[in-house]
Design a protein around this ligand. Structure first.
Ligand code: SF4
Length: 682
């Protein structure tokens, strides 16, 4: 679209891709977004990455869903909203009568707004009567929420992103920051320029590893061994913060006993890095004066993900690197509103603001606010609900803005569950998941609605409508409020702000936040009163839990390691150009030119031994299935390790294991899979 600036208007909003939450201006001409410009905001300070700046073609893409669809005689056909709603409501009643509300599960979304997540919570718990509500945080930071809530009393990033520039030492582990959270990556680069030292511990030689002060190329699944050995060295050499341990923690003696045997030599075997490098990392982290830990899914997506997180928390607590600028335990949340979806109670065990559903006073409060009786059953996670659908105990699935056919482990098993259940999908495109649905509801994209997202640093920021949705597509909050009314609940919301006002009433950590207060700049929760300035840094003065809890954790080998007939280990992750399951980025021609297809990274020595050359078609096989992709021969991975980005359908998650889950939080071990690689037959 050609345009001149005086023909356009600008609408400030929040990026709909990653959890950094960059502020941007949508440049609009004739009801079309024609360009995106960076806007000033505390989260991004005027920066945008390639996705935020250029990958906006999806908004007006011809493939957008524009009408509700219902499957009739095997085909999805367009219908009016009234018919779609009545099919859903009748099906809910039928399943409830036959099998009870526990035979229905709903997945909310890290893509939709806080207001919409809140209504999804209200629909599943208040209207339908089940606690089976979850979302894709189960596959990314469920272990962060479980781990940090246990040790620190709050399962969120402790310090703001830009604060990393005040760190003397940045320990980055399991985060390919410059690709997955590019603007956060820019802050790390700025810190480095100002003299901060950097340690990277990762199975791949990621971009940040290239000029890190110390790079530990650890074996997939060895993080607990590394953290324990670092703590061993810190205690052996007297580098711990004795005053902090004494004043602000508990459980130190048991931690000390547990790491006694974890010498650097012991860990060196497991991590496959030199013992001296582990010593060096421990000394650098403990003695810098202000050390920040940055981590992401390389830590969390493991069958011991919660223990990985706890071991990092132990490291921060033993050195007192928490509650101050330039320190902290900082999980980078993946999607634009994954923090907000958790905050809004789109999780099986909590209501908004992490108020436990099994507490009678929580249920009483919401029962009075919503005028309903709330269920007490134990809710299923995403990773339990899909297998339950495959086993026919969950009969109906309502999925909003998620694409488990690409994002969830063991694609074949996911497909079985989605095909067996009565499936409702609410989305902006006919995704791989929506294509299997019985009812498809067309939703508005971020540029077409009002609301709020909460970014990785707990900052609640405005989302603003710039253009109308296409055809009959509607904002998710409108769709959900129609269904709430259909089930007889009070839901006459005049708009997103009215829903936010209701959220404030029932959520102490959001109580002081209003649209008026965040008109110019977002606020980080906890923000309990209208006068409260928000809380950029958690645990200042004292740990939110009261005392920081040391949780001793033992390293255990992944059950995927050493499987007979599988000689390599596969790890997965993101690349800069695509986002999540590519539903939005694959609509941008420029992005598809740069990153047109899936691939597997393979070390030159392994490639040579298998007769594989760069660009060859190869087969990667695991106990779950087989994929055919192009080989990228690179020294970025070690010889026994392969890497496949998870963005493409019929890709990495065909191979991953969805059966064995972290016992604390039910996250699967997406980062360690037993595989074999062979050249594909011509
Ligand atoms: Fe959007 Fe994340 Fe890029 Fe910022 S860093 S522009 S939030 S994708």
């Amino acid at each position: 679209v050609k345009y001149r600036y005086w023909e356009t208007k600008e609408v400030k909003t929040t990026c709909a891709y990653c959890g950094v939450g960059c502020q941007m201006n949508l440049v609009v001409k004739d009801n079309r977004v024609v360009e995106v410009q960076p806007a000033k905001g505390a989260a991004n300070e005027g920066l945008l990455c390639v996705k935020g700046r250029f990958a906006h073609d999806f908004i007006h893409h011809p493939d957008r869903l524009t009408q509700p669809l219902i499957r009739k005689n095997g085909t999805l056909v367009p219908v009016q909203w009234e018919e779609a709603f009545s099919v859903i409501i009748n099906k809910v009643e039928e399943v409830k009568q036959g099998y009870g509300a526990e035979a229905i599960a709903g997945f909310s979304s890290a893509r939709i707004t806080n207001e919409e997540n809140y209504l999804m919570n209200k629909l599943m718990r208040g209207a339908i009567g089940t606690n089976h509500i979850d979302h894709c945080a189960r596959l990314c930071h469920a272990s962060t929420v479980a781990g940090l809530a246990t040790t620190l009393g709050s399962g969120a990033m402790t310090n703001p992103m830009a604060d990393v520039r005040q760190a003397n030492l940045i320990f980055i582990t399991g985060s390919n920051t410059t690709e997955a959270h590019p603007v956060m990556g820019a802050y790390i680069r700025q810190a480095q320029k100002q003299g901060s030292k950097i340690i990277v511990a990762d199975p791949r030689a990621i971009e940040l590893a290239e000029d890190a002060d110390l790079f530990l190329q650890i074996y997939p699944g060895s993080s607990v061994a590394l953290s324990n050995a670092m703590i061993h060295v810190i205690l052996e050499e007297g580098l711990e913060n004795t005053a902090f341990i004494h004043q602000q923690t508990e459980g130190f003696d048991s931690l000390k006993a547990s790491v006694k045997k974890c010498t650097p030599e012991w860990a060196a075997d497991i991590c496959q890095v030199p013992a001296e490098d582990i010593r060096q990392a421990a000394r650098m982290y403990a003695s810098s004066g202000a050390s920040s830990i940055i981590y992401s899914m390389g830590i969390t997506q493991h069958v011991n993900g919660t223990e990985n997180v706890m071991s990092l928390s132990n490291l921060a607590l033993v050195t007192g690197n928490i509650g101050k600028p330039g320190t902290g335990v900082n999980p980078l949340r993946g999607q634009n509103n994954v923090q907000g979806a958790c905050d809004m109670g789109a999780l099986p065990i909590v209501m908004t603001g992490y108020q436990k559903i099994d507490a009678a006073e929580t249920r009483k409060k919401f029962q009075e606010a919503w005028g309903v009786q709330l269920p007490e059953n134990k809710g299923l996670t995403v990773t339990e609900a899909i297998p339950a659908a495959a086993e026919d105990t969950v009969k109906m699935l309502y999925i909003t803005g998620e694409n488990p056919m690409v994002s969830d482990p063991d694609t074949q098993h996911v497909k079985k569950g989605l095909e067996k259940a009565f499936l409702v999908v609410q989305d902006i495109f006919l995704t791989e998941t929506a294509a299997l649905a019985d009812v498809v509801l067309p939703a508005a994209a971020f540029a077409e609605k009002e609301g709020t997202f909460t970014n990785t640093e707990r900052r609640v920021q405005r989302v603003r409508k710039a253009v109308p949705p296409p055809g009959e597509a509607k904002p998710d909050w409108w769709i959900l409020s129609q269904l709430l009314k259909g089930f007889g609940l009070e839901a006459n919301y005049s708009g997103a702000e009215a829903i936010f006002e209701e959220i404030r009433q029932v959520t102490p950590s959001y109580a002081g936040i209003s649209y008026e207060r965040i008109e110019k700049e977002g606020l980080s929760w906890p923000c309990p009163t209208a006068e409260h300035p928000g809380t950029p840094i958690l645990h200042q003065g004292s740990i939110a839990r009261g005392a920081g809890l040391f949780k001793p954790v033992e390293w255990k080998a992944s059950p995927e390691l050493g499987l007979k007939d599988y000689g390599q280990v596969l790890t997965t992750g993101r690349i800069l150009y695509h986002f999540h399951t590519r539903t939005m980025t694959d609509k941008s021609e420029g992005i598809n030119q740069i990153a047109p297809h899936n691939y597997v990274e393979i070390h030159p020595a392994l490639a040579a031994s298998k007769g594989i050359k760069n660009g060859d078609e190869v087969m990667v096989t695991s106990p779950r299935g087989r994929i055919t992709v192009k080989a990228m021969v690179t020294e970025r991975v070690e010889e026994g390790v392969l890497f496949v980005p998870f963005h493409w359908g019929n890709g990495a998650n065909v191979l991953t294991n969805g059966e064995i889950l972290d016992p604390y939080c039910k996250i699967p071990g997406l980062k360690v899979s037993a595989v074999n690689i062979e050249k594909a037959a011509n």
